[in-house]
Design a binder for this molecule. Structure first.
Ligand SMILES: *Cc1c(COP(=O)(O)O)cnc(C)c1O
Length: 338
């Protein structure tokens, strides 16, 4: 199968499995797991933060970050299309008693400054207390503009808000921008990083921030059930992913460019955006076009894609350039005959 549904489908390589097999282990709820400690030290050092904490998922890492910044009845400003708001089951409200204040994302993923400013509430018992600004980088594969990030986080700080970055794919942003992890994390009080996307670990995310924030987060992680025992097995995979696979993400971006160029040359397909490892397209084939038929047709040819009413293709380390050419060829044949 050539699987372009997401970069989450990546499987651990033989080398990564060996590192997992060899990892020294202990009970991490007791603070005894050396492999978890090593990952947390590495992540804190690389992001320029004082401390780090390991999580089973990015959803839980984001949730715990929000709960550590905000009290019950506080509010966070977040994108209408942000993963944290839209794709995490409403966890901030459901489990954190934190009121989201969503704002429409601009096409580039930013939250317009004037809309952020207008959403910050005065101190008044009528209002929830606005406490936090949350951004996302990359957003639909796009790298947030660095000047924008500096301005938006400065605006937040002027109003006494904390700042959180959902950096699930910040490694892709590092690779595409030529910047460093430390520079992209510097404007934020906390950053959540997924090792289980294009970085290729089987599971695991890291939250980085100040020592005080991470101490809070360790408590909330236990409360939401994220305290794990001999989890150095996964932490070792995540450290391997950060050290060995992050520098290799450029290859995923090259494959996405190749896919966008190939699909864009097919009559009936318009590439609406390609950034880092994601390609978005639109099909220009009128009312007779049936995305479900195309989906099934591709599947019969061992090509897996997400729902085609909103077509997004994600490249990753487990698809080759030859696979990409095979996908382009399959689309070309379909659109030539349907
Ligand atoms: C994947 C992802 C997360 C976290 O998802 P998990 O599947 O829980 O690890 C958070 N934010 C963004 C933008 C993501 O793509």
């Amino acid at each position: 199968m050539i699987d372009l549904r997401s970069d989450t489908v990546t499987r651990p390589s033989a080398e990564m499995r060996q590192v997992m097999f060899d990892a020294p282990l202990g009970d991490d709820v007791w603070g005894d797991d050396p492999s978890v400690h090593q990952l947390q030290h590495y992540a804190a050092a690389q992001t320029g933060k004082a401390a780090a904490l390991f999580f089973p998922s990015g959803t839980q890492s984001n949730l715990v970050a929000l709960m550590s910044h905000c009290q019950r009845g506080d509010e966070y400003i977040v994108g209408q299309q942000a993963h944290t708001y839209r794709l995490e089951g409403g966890g901030a409200a459901v489990l954190g008693s934190i009121q989201p204040q969503p704002i429409d994302n601009a096409a580039d993923g930013s939250l317009p400054m004037e809309k952020i400013a207008a959403a910050i509430k005065p101190i008044d018992p009528h209002f929830a207390r606005t406490r936090l600004l949350a951004l996302e980088n990359t957003f639909n594969g796009q790298v947030l503009d660095a000047d924008y990030v500096h301005q938006a986080t400065a605006l937040a700080r002027r109003h006494g808000l904390a700042t959180h970055l959902d950096g699930a794919r910040v490694g892709n942003a590092v690779t595409a921008s030529g910047s460093t992890l430390e520079a992209l994390c510097a404007p934020f009080d906390s950053v959540s990083i997924c090792c289980s996307k294009g970085l290729g670990a089987p599971a695991g995310s890291v939250l980085v921030g100040s020592q005080a924030l991470i101490d809070q987060a360790r408590r909330w992680r236990k409360v939401v059930g994220g305290g794990m025992r001999q989890v150095g097995l996964l932490a070792a995979a995540c450290e391997y992913a950060l050290t060995h696979h992050l520098p290799a993400l450029a290859a995923d971006h090259a494959k996405a460019e190749r896919l966008a160029a190939g699909l864009g040359a097919i009559d009936g397909i318009e590439v609406t955006s390609q950034a880092t490892n994601m390609v978005f397209v639109r099909f220009n084939r009128g009312d007779t076009f049936d995305p479900e038929h195309l989906h099934a047709w591709l599947r019969e040819r061992d090509i897996l894609v997400g729902a085609l009413y909103a077509p997004r293709f994600v490249t990753h380390r487990d698809v080759s350039e030859a696979d990409i050419d095979q996908v382009v060829d399959a689309f070309a044949r379909y659109f030539a005959s349907h």
